[in-house]
Design a protein around this ligand. Structure first.
Ligand code: RAM
Length: 866
């Protein structure tokens, strides 16, 4: 039986109110027949059909019909035929509905509340309300909204949607995101009340590491439009306007970094229901906005994704009470507050680690991460609305009576992406390392891919994502979220082509020196789109980013100067190399100039290949030439003719090997020297953010996998497993964020939740277990596992754009066996670790076995010294 199981519209999980008039379509086919391939398809939508199309395409297929009009809704269904004549039934229909594709359709006005001046420690949140009269014959109702700030919406007393911190963080001046919700069921004939709870968020709250507020403006505002379709097909719109009213709500303080103060005594019961008396509320001010900047989402919203309960209640040496949730996470606490005298204040402080048995808040720097709850005398449940904390531990003070840990849950909050990848292995530390990477991603994919989620920073550092994107794209479906972030990157790009070191960009600290084209950071402009192409087959993202990609690469090359000498200035370089002093994270073993030349070569190579995909022969030739120039520079300046690095370091060899800077003989020798370097470093990490993700691959690619294994399984600091042995449940910013004696690294930049060094997970998935893309979207897969006597088994799964793939192997003595499953319409090349010829397989499950003689880890060699 052939089935069409999952139709997706662009990268949308819920294609309601989308911004594309011609969204691309993808579908997954199910077929029991081994080796099944799609040979033809038919798509039907809104009464139109493509007829039978002879094509194997099923990922991001161009919209085959007339463009959707604003608000137009259609149901899409697909059927397919196999090469051997088999066919599927029609798939279940999937509705797709366009949002407002024409800015003129926005008739609502942007309104700003009138609020008392800020209290101590941050601004309060506002309530805004308006009422509308709707006719009885409404057949469809849509609410669209956005804000300067962050908002929660309600209609007739019930929440609208389950988004958290809407509209998230984009380059607001150019891209302000709105969302569309179906409110048909919640609307009633006659009077309806719309409520908006509005706080500062990224727009106006504390942002970055320089103590800045009001980054995007000094007043919050909301834009809400209700559109109802009547039985006769006519549409009426209502929305925020000067008739709305505002007041101060129960949140007397609400800030992303600082936390919230909730005063239950200030609740305005019934405020978002019709007929509420708002006579003592204030008028609102209409503020200007540009409807042309409003954009529909590319990815899913932020939601509450999971809850965790405390695993332990700790009494600290100083007599405080701390709840341990057993996992460093991002979100906030939901608290069942018992009855207490009105005015009783409960304080919740959050931190990632304990130090000397007490809450370790120093790494949070100026982020207070403190929530306060003030009782009104009743029992109620409270969860902050407009803040998030990175924490494992919460200190509770002021609790009425004996603390009841069952009154607390931690609500894990992040962009609600579909999970697509897993990895596990027989060594529990390695499995935990992988799990830590997953948690690190979850904590830092809260609308924007950030470096860290806890301190006064939480920025979309481009370098961090540049190294982590392949891992991210495997673990979760990031196709929509990252495509959206790349639009912000392009929108924030400077006129000279330079890419900001974080996106969305603003000046976080006036004292920060201006940064020139930053190797490894700005390269997110090329690497991330290329990763989305490679992993999801999204050539459209290359086309859309093409100008941005070119502008970056050209600017980066220009910084190098005619000789590509990168003669002056500062650069982050191989950031946070374990050898760098705690207060000089840029002082890596390898100077930044060779890193820059290598990364320039990599971007040029990506540009050459992307130009070929986009059929831009002029650019292809131009970037091939740039690649050759960068390669020549690297070889002339930083390499001996035999392939020895001038600045011997793991990063130098790893980048040279991975970025294709060597000829064949040099490459073999460089691989050997890298293995020797790793040995000389005591099988410990000898690299930073930019080098580390490439070291194991460079070893494995040159036949030195045994050295990669020693590095991977190392437990002494610096190593990946060191943090795991220290009880880490996320990836740290520094190799030694926590020192072996349990004290926190004294540097003022010490996060316990930073995904950059977790980029090694891509190696675990793609190489250790062995599931790699050999053609865009995994249409062709490469299965080349890297077994080791360190493990008796490893396995990985990935939901590819074509369907589920899985690789698992076992090793008992010398007996290696492998099970590979790949989805319909794909094929895989399987390379067994005995070095036998590759085998090509089609869809279905296949088993293999062979004898595996484990190579020895490197031993000291004279060749290294001479
Ligand atoms: C710090 C963080 C971040 C990194 C920058 C350069 O803010 O470590 O991850 O990208 O520095």
């Amino acid at each position: 039986m052939i089935t069409v199981d999952r139709i997706t519209i662009e990268h949308h999980s819920e294609p309601l109110g989308i911004g594309e008039a011609t969204p691309r379509l993808s579908w997954v086919t199910g077929a029991e027949t081994p080796g099944w391939r799609q040979a033809a398809y038919e798509v039907e939508a809104g009464g139109a059909t493509t007829g039978r199309v002879e094509s194997t395409d099923q990922v991001l297929v161009a919209w085959p019909f007339a463009p959707l009009a604003s608000r137009q809704r259609q149901e899409v269904r697909v059927r397919v035929w196999g090469a051997e004549g088999s066919s599927s039934a029609w798939s279940a229909p999937v509705p797709v509905e366009a949002g407002l594709l024409d800015p003129a359709l926005w008739t609502a006005r942007m309104i700003s509340p009138t609020l008392p001046p800020a209290g101590e420690g941050g601004e309060p949140a506002a309530l805004l309300r308006g009422e509308v009269e709707v006719p009885a014959d409404v057949v469809r109702a849509r609410l669209r909204a956005t804000a300067h700030g962050v908002m929660a919406l309600s209609l007739n007393g019930a929440p609208v949607g389950d988004d958290v911190l809407h509209p998230g963080w984009t380059t607001y001046a150019r891209r302000l995101r709105y969302r569309t919700w179906d409110v048909t069921e919640a609307l009633r004939p006659g009077a309806n009340a719309i409520g908006v709870h509005l706080a500062d968020g990224w727009f106006r709250g504390y942002l970055g590491f320089g103590g800045r507020r009001d980054v995007y403006g000094d007043r919050t505002a909301a834009l809400v439009q209700l559109e109802v379709t009547l039985a006769d097909g006519s549409v009426r719109t209502y929305g925020t306007d000067e008739g709305w009213r505002s007041t101060l709500g129960p949140l007397t303080r609400a800030d992303l970094y600082g936390g919230e103060t909730y005063d239950a005594r200030r609740e305005r019961r019934g405020w978002d229901t019709p007929g509420f008396d708002d006579a003592d509320w204030d008028a609102v001010a209409v503020v200007p906005y540009d409807a042309a900047t409003l954009v529909a989402p590319d990815g899913p919203p932020v939601r509450r994704v999971e809850t965790l309960t405390p695993v332990e209640t700790i009494a600290t040496p100083s007599g405080r009470t701390i709840l341990d949730f057993g996992q460093n996470l991002v979100g906030r606490l939901r608290v069942r507050v018992p009855r207490a005298a009105a005015g009783t204040a409960i304080t919740l402080r959050h931190a990632e680690v304990l130090e000397h048995g007490e809450l370790g808040t120093r790494p949070l720097r100026a982020a207070d991460a403190t929530d306060e709850i003030v009782s009104d005398g009743t029992a109620f449940t409270y969860e902050p609305a407009f803040t998030f904390h990175g924490f494992r531990y919460a200190e509770v003070t002021g609790w009425p009576g004996e603390l009841d840990p069952t009154a607390f849950v931690a609500v894990v909050t992040h962009t609600d992406m579909r999970r697509t990848g897993t990895f596990a292995a027989s060594d529990p530390l390695l499995s935990r390392l992988h799990e830590n990477v997953v948690w690190g991603m979850r904590g830092n994919f809260l609308d924007v891919p950030t470096d860290c989620p806890q301190r006064d920073e939480r920025l979309g550092w481009t370098g961090d994502l540049q190294v982590f994107a392949p891992t991210a794209a495997y673990l979760y479906d990031t196709g929509g979220m990252l495509a959206g972030w790349l639009k912000d990157l392009a929108a924030d790009q400077f006129d000279d082509g330079n890419v900001p070191v974080y996106v969305p960009w603003f000046v976080a600290d006036e004292k920060m020196p201006p940064l020139d084209a930053e190797a490894g950071w700005g390269d997110a402009a090329t690497v991330v789109p290329w990763t989305l192409y490679e992993r999801y087959g999204d050539a459209g993202v290359l086309r859309r980013q093409w100008r941005s990609m070119k502008a970056w690469t050209d600017r980066f090359a220009a910084r190098g100067g005619p000789e590509l000498a990168f003669a002056s200035g500062f650069s982050f370089g191989d950031w946070l190399d374990a050898a760098a002093p705690d207060d000089q994270p840029w002082a890596a073993r390898l100077p930044w100039q060779p890193v820059a030349v290598a990364y320039l070569a990599q971007s040029a190579r990506i540009m050459r290949d992307a130009a070929a995909v986009l059929d831009e022969p002029g650019d292809e030739a131009r970037y091939e030439a740039l690649f050759e120039r960068a390669r020549a520079r690297f070889r002339d300046e930083y390499l001996t003719p035999s392939g020895r690095a001038a600045f011997a370091s793991q990063t130098a060899y790893a980048l040279a090997i991975r970025f294709d800077l060597l000829d064949e003989a040099q490459r073999a020798h460089a691989g050997e020297l890298l293995a020797q370097q790793v040995l000389a470093d005591g099988f410990r990490i000898g690299s930073g953010f930019l080098g580390t993700p490439h070291v194991c691959d460079a070893l494995a690619d040159t036949g030195n996998g045994a050295a990669a294994w020693e590095l991977l399984m190392q437990r002494e600091c610096p190593s990946w497993l060191y943090a795991v042995t220290m009880g880490a449940t996320t990836i740290w910013e520094r190799w030694n964020s926590m020192l072996p004696d349990g004290s926190i690294n004294p540097g003022d930049m010490t996060s316990f939740n930073h995904y950059a060094l977790g980029a090694v997970a891509d190696f675990l998935q793609r190489r250790v277990a062995g599931l790699a893309p050999a053609a865009p979207a995994y249409r062709r897969i490469r299965v080349a596992p890297l077994p080791s006597p360190h493990l008796t088994w490893a396995s990985t799964t990935h939901e590819t754009p074509y369907g589920s793939a899985a690789v698992g192997w076992t090793l008992e003595g010398e007996a290696f066996s492998l099970v590979v499953t790949i989805p319909p319409s794909t094929e895989a090349e399987v390379l067994l670790p005995d070095g036998s010829d590759p085998v090509t397989i089609g869809s279905g499950t296949h088993t293999f076995s062979c004898r595996f003689l484990a190579p020895q880890p490197p031993a000291p060699s004279v060749a290294f010294a001479h």
